[in-house]
Design a protein around this ligand. Structure first.
Ligand code: C5P
Length: 232
């Protein structure tokens, strides 16, 4: 499994996205397209970025009844994305349906990963509002185990949780981790952050990095620094 840096292209238009990607003349970074950009521009943004030769993580976090998720995944699969995701809270049955929908006629499919508990959900809110009577770490591990049982490839989690997920689900089970900052950089609104080097040490397979690259004075240099620290 190849370690890589995924750039979170959190822009609100295709124009801003292409202005950013045009800066990369030597490398073709793996990019993440989230809800904001996808809902603004539609499937064409995926096709255009793909045509430019980038690998794409389409981060739409699906969560609905199994049949709907299966059909939606089949549409995303035909867009030829490389990675996509859903909420593990949708149950094992929903995740199995997603795998079915995503699988192409030739048996191949994009990488499918699950969101366990969003990093914005605190343990107190999870217990008091969602009435989940467990620790947040036990919930994350259980959801990761459910994702594995359903045939998914891994989970999105904080780099600080990647170790315990690997321990429970095995080292082949992928961890894709946002919340990465350079040691000398701005933390912004992220709370539990770690550096690319530390994420590598803990065992993340992919790090998702947004503002430390997109808002850098020299994004290409920031990307290269990230790759150097994380991939080596
Ligand atoms: O700019 P920054 O590096 O904080 O961007 C991180 C990206 O990862 C954003 O697109 C954010 O939505 C996403 N993300 C996250 N935490 C999660 C899941 C996704 O920061 N738990």
């Amino acid at each position: 499994m190849g370690k890589d840096v995924i750039i979170a292209c959190d822009f609100s238009s295709a124009e801003a996205t292409f202005n950013f990607l045009d800066k990369f003349t030597e490398e073709k970074p793996f990019v993440k397209i989230g809800m904001e950009l996808y809902y603004a521009e539609g499937p064409s943004i995926v096709k255009e970025i793909k045509k430019r030769g980038h690998r794409i993580f389409l981060d739409l976090k699906l969560h609905d009844i199994p049949n709907t998720v299966k059909k939606a995944m089949s549409v995303l699969s035909s867009l030829d994305v490389d990675m996509t995701n859903l909420h593990a809270a949708g149950t094992v049955e929903m995740m199995k349906a997603a795998v079915e929908g995503l699988t192409k006629e030739d048996g191949t499919r994009p990488i499918l990963i699950a969101v366990t508990q969003l990093t914005s959900t605190s343990e107190a809110r999870m217990q008091n509002e969602l009435l989940i009577n467990a620790s947040i770490n036990d919930t994350i591990v259980k959801y990761a185990e459910n994702a594995k049982a359903a045939g998914l490839d891994g989970v999105v989690c904080s780099p600080l949780e990647a170790g315990m997920v690997k321990e429970a689900c095995g080292k082949e089970f992928m961890t894709v981790t946002p919340g990465v900052r350079f040691a000398d950089g701005d933390v912004g609104d992220q709370v539990r952050v770690t550096t690319p080097e530390k994420a590598k040490e803990i065992g993340s397979d992919y790090i998702v990095v947004g503002r430390p690259i997109t808002a850098a004075e020299n994004p290409v240099e920031a990307y290269r620094r990230c790759v150097k620290e994380f991939v080596g």
